[in-house]
Design a protein around this ligand. Sequence first.
Ligand code: CTP
Ligand code: MG
Ligand code: K
Length: 171
Amino acid sequence: MGALSSMFWALWYVLPAYFANASPVILGGGRPIDGGRKWRDGNRLFGDGKTWRGFFGGVLVGTFVGVIQYYLIPSFYGSLRTAVLLAFLLSFGALMGDLVGSFIKRRLNLPRGYPAVGLDQLGFLISALAFAYPVKTVSSGQMLFLLIFTPLVHWAANYFAYKMGWKSVPW
Ligand code: CTP
Ligand code: MG
Ligand code: K
């Protein structure tokens, strides 16, 4: 496999996770997952930035992206069932990683929306790759590419969301 096609398939593989991670910015809101509860340090468990609507909206959108991908290039997943399963695991993993990231941020006394370089850009990715791993994975070279490329995508997507007025900060 050439380098370019290797990068393309890595991005094709991870696409549901990207959509799952980005869509809560638009779909989120309403009741926070922690229900307002606090940890023993006095800070919120996750904070108001992690909502049920954002979580399940993201999982649904990401899984749906996998279905679209299946109809575009059926051979990549092999079957619709695998497409749904893999896209679901990537999406669920991404949102779980995002949640763990917020838990860590609150324990570090960082308020909602405060940037945590590394955690914000890679937490969801590493978790998504781990959840999807048993069903289908990519080579270590492709993983390395995703670790380097994802922060750029993350920054660009957040800047776009900021410019569109969906977010109050560009990170
Ligand atoms: N969002 C949501 N539910 C989620 C994840 C995200 O509703 N499970 C929405 C929230 O409106 C959130 C926005 O998407 O503010 C951006 O997500 P993110 O940057 O992950 O949250 P932050 O507000 O930065 O909060 P934190 O500091 O906890 O990361
Ligand atoms: Mg943020
Ligand atoms: K985040």
